[in-house]
Design a protein around this ligand. Structure first.
Ligand SMILES: [Cu+2]
Length: 176
């Protein structure tokens, strides 16, 4: 299943690609102009003036795309959330839909953590969650919540991934 995030990422990528290629085309020498076939002619290129507005639009479009691309890679994928505490157990609900939301979960080390995975995404890629540090592999049923309890004893980062290691998330355990 395609998800909004991935579509947005592709659009941004396409925008960047178009901006760069357009820029290249616009700054290329004009080869269609007939050059005089004189021996003294040394310049192969003839400068063509583009309207300033067009240059600005292309430049700003390119910059905007680059900015969006950077934002996309650096910030958009981090959805950090603290676990809530219920009767001494830290628990967190994770939506499985084109990845994990949240994909960074902050917990206290040394206390049990209950992860509730709600799988909305039918793609087989996300049917399994692996928690290698805890020797756990979960099979997620579509449109249902599958829970698992773990105990991150030491502070640190504990990864969880889909069965093929394509989607990733992490439990970050802190000393209290
Ligand atoms: Cu996968």
């Amino acid at each position: 299943m395609l998800n909004k995030n991935r579509i947005f990422g592709s659009l941004v990528g396409l925008g960047l690609f178009l901006a760069l290629t357009t820029n290249t085309v616009l700054t290329q020498p004009n080869n269609n102009v007939e050059m005089p076939a004189s021996a003294e002619q040394t310049s192969q290129f003839q400068k063509i003036e583009q309207p300033l507005g067009l240059k600005l639009v292309v430049a700003l479009g390119g910059l905007g795309s680059i900015g969006a691309e950077l934002w996309w890679f650096m910030f958009s994928k981090t959805k950090s959330q603290k676990a809530r505490v219920e009767r001494g157990i830290q628990s967190v609900d994770i939506v499985v839909d084109g990845g994990y939301t949240p994909d960074r979960i902050e917990v206290r080390a040394g206390k049990p953590v209950k992860l509730n995975f709600f799988r909305k995404d039918p793609s087989s890629c996300l049917e399994q969650v692996l928690l290698p540090d805890f020797n756990k592999a979960l099979d997620l049923t579509l449109n249902q919540t599958t829970s698992v309890e773990i105990l991150p004893e030491k502070p640190g980062e504990y990864a969880f991934t889909c069965g093929m290691n394509m989607y990733k998330g992490a439990i970050i355990a802190f000393l209290q």
